[in-house]
Design a protein around this ligand. Structure first.
Ligand code: NAD
Length: 474
């Protein structure tokens, strides 16, 4: 590594057993080796779970105030290493430092740690009528498995880790095989504050390691974010260990632009709703339905925003869009775009790879005049290619938005809030945004419906999801 003295390389040096041993992790944009991740085995998973199980009773015993204080200290530690973490994340994941990307993601980690520290589940008195008394309380479940994807590896990792620790669980965290280094660095920073074995990482390129973790008999809860296909395997595994599950799976979020929307006012919101993290976001706008009366104006306004957003190497300041994280995802996006063009889709911007930037770069792409049934509309593209569909009647748009077997997010765009809310009420999705898409708040519950998963994260609902309910009666 050439810039060995930079803070991100110092972080990498700390988390590697020894340079050159383990699995080489490439820079998503250049292919240069960023570092080497330990290659743990199924036996190592068993050891990790045993360590976490041994540490759990004392962690629970420490009490809410002590755990919250440590989560606040952990947030401070993340901020103290923010730039180094953001640089490592940018290299490994591909997302730029600037824009709603790597620095933003590291900042969100501190925000969500502090939010978990500040959230309290008070006992809920259910009956108190002079004759009967019953209250509902929550305690730790035990050991939580946190299994994450490669798109927002730090933020999603913290979404799983922070509430689990807050409630007195210990955690075994398994990052995606594509982005282990940034998560290992985050865990290393957190473990500078936390007691030993409260948070134990396992990393591997072998998917059997994740499978063992999900199926382990001493795992009490699996927090999983990833694909619907893997989610189904985790549901099957839970048939044996009865682990509680929170599943945040894939989506294909629809946006509906009503005829009274102001194209210029919504264009930037639509753009980031679709292209945040270069489209590699679970709750991103993945198909856009626009009323015919403003269809051309919306396309023009959206294209103008797309054309001024720079794509390039993440460490170059000013870049706001990066590459696809890995060649397999690049191939999916390329296939769907080529197919959409072959079926008569009109390329408004982009529509092809950007090889001059690097192997995994695909230009910001907007394809108009598509219809439901085209794979770019019906399948999750998870990349920088937005299909736009013209509609005439709102009934048609609502039916189209609801017709797929996924339901993570959806959005309605209008100058009339009441009209937008009336449409929102008819959409089957875990979250429906109005004049925005994908914005999250640590107190507002987030989760999917249908094949996008089940269970809620964030806020008080998120704490309940990593806790065991107990009724005290009498
Ligand atoms: P993936 O399902 O391929 O992998 C996710 C994680 O599961 C990885 O850590 C992987 O190693 C692990 N894994 C693989 N096989 C396993 C098994 N049998 N048992 C347990 N763990 C196993 O998903 P991905 O490609 O990393 O992520 C992309 C997908 O994630 C997209 O579909 C996207 O929509 C979805 N996603 C959803 C959300 C959300 O909040 N709903 C957020 C981000 C990503």
């Amino acid at each position: 590594m050439s810039d060995i003295h930079t803070a991100d390389d110092a972080l990498i040096a700390r988390i590697q057993a020894s340079p050159g041993s383990g699995r080489a992790i490439p820079d998503a944009a250049t292919g240069a080796i960023v570092g080497y991740a330990p290659e743990h085995t199924v036996t190592d998973v068993d050891t990790a779970v045993a360590r976490a199980a041994t540490a759990q009773p004392a962690w629970e015993e420490a009490g809410h105030a002590a755990r919250s204080a440590l989560l606040l200290a952990a947030a401070d530690a993340v901020e103290a290493h923010a730039e180094a973490l953001a640089r490592l994340l940018s290299r490994e994941q591909g997302k730029p430092l600037d824009g709603p990307n790597a620095r933003f993601e590291v900042g969100a980690c501190a925000t969500w740690l502090r939010a978990a520290a500040a959230t309290v589940l008070e006992p809920q008195v259910i009956v108190d009528d002079g004759t009967d008394y019953a209250e509902l309380t929550y305690r730790a479940l035990g050991v939580v498995a946190a299994i994450g994807p490669w798109n927002w590896p730090l933020m999603i990792g913290i979404w799983q880790i922070a509430p689990a620790l807050r409630m007195g669980n210990t955690v075994v965290v398994k990052p995606s095989e594509y982005t282990p280094l940034s998560v290992l660095a985050l865990v290393d920073i957190l473990n500078g504050v936390l007691p030993a074995d409260v948070l134990v990482p396992v990393t591997s390129g072998d998917r059997a390691v994740g499978a063992r973790l999900a199926a382990h008999p001493d795992i009490d809860k699996v927090m999983f974010t990833g694909s619907t296909a893997t989610g189904r395997k985790i549901v099957e595994a839970s048939g044996a260990n009865l682990a509680r599950l929170t599943l945040e799976l894939g989506g294909n979020d629809a946006g509906i632009v009503l005829p009274d929307a102001d194209p210029a006012a919504i264009a930037e919101g639509l753009f980031w709703g679709a292209f945040i993290n270069t489209g590699q976001t679970c709750a991103a706008l993945k198909r856009l339905y626009v009323h015919e009366s403003i269809y051309d104006e919306v396309l023009d306004a959206l294209a103008a925003v797309a054309e001024r957003m720079p794509m390039g190497y993440g460490l170059d300041e000013g870049t706001v869009l990066g590459p696809l994280q890995n060649p397999a995802q690049f191939a999916i996006v390329q296939r769907l775009v080529e197919d959409a063009k072959a079926r008569g889709g009109r390329v408004v911007v982009g529509g092809e790879p950007a090889p001059e930037l690097g192997a995994n770069f695909f230009r910001t792409t907007i394809i108009a005049d598509l219809a439901d049934g085209v794979p770019l509309v019906d399948e999750e593209q998870f990349g920088p290619a937005l299909p736009v569909i013209r509609y005439t009647d709102i009934e048609e748009a609502v039916a189209a938005a609801n017709r797929l077997d996924v339901g993570l997010g959806a959005s309605v765009w209008s100058t009339d809030r009441a009209a937008a809310r009336a449409v929102a009420a008819r959409l089957r999705a875990g979250t429906v945004w109005i004049n925005a898409h994908g914005t999250l708040h640590p107190k507002v519950p987030f989760g999917g419906v249908k094949s996008s998963g089940y269970g809620l994260e964030f806020g008080a609902e998120g704490l309940k999801a990593v806790a065991e309910p107990r009724v005290v009666n009498g």
